[in-house]
Design a protein around this ligand. Sequence first.
Ligand SMILES: [Zn+2]
Length: 244
Amino acid sequence: MSALTRLVPTGVRRWLRSHGGPLGSVVAVRTEDPEFVLTYDDGPEPGGTDAILPVLASRGARATFFVLMTRVRRYPALLREVVSEGHEVALHGIDHRAISRMSYREVLERTARAKAELEDAVGREVRWLRPPYGLQSLTSFRAVQSAGLEPVLWGPSAADSRPGTTDERLRRVLRGAERGAIVLSHDGYAEVEDGGHGGNRPELDRGQLAGLVLDAYGSLGLRATSLSNALASGTVTRGLWFRR
Ligand SMILES: [Zn+2]
């Protein structure tokens, strides 16, 4: 039993187990392979996604892209490029609004709709959802599971969704760097029309940052892969992650 699980009273845990899938979001992968899980949020975005893809390709790296449907509709060709380069596509949301204060029904409906639309667009099953801002309630967590997706959060973060320096980002992304870590980075920026806050768009070369992250993890002997690839031989590590 994990320390986090111990914080939840036994009666509550029993109720949770009898009312759905496993309690806890995917936060890392337990694996024997020398790899980490590279993830990108808030795309696809011209200037971001298409700057990152050739860098990943040149290193033989794979990643999981958590996309916004507002972006998928605008940039379908970019999404096709992500798929054709062998990366995994997962859902960030129908838009970038926080789901943590929505009702069960609202989260279930918008997530099921987005999953179906995304699966149509990529022609394969979509397994994961990362809640915008990493915000989720027990209600939204259960609704996402009922829509057929698993909530995925993260470990180290490249802190690239707000202004900052490359040095700061590299320091942050190496905090907690280890085998099986799920690393958060961004290939786009959620604007107001995506349901995001907007107004604080960071100026950075996302392709360059991708290369630096691959170098930094490479120097630890770790190569980048997608979540589903990592789980072909590894197992999921779950953690309780509820923030509103
Ligand atoms: Zn996001």
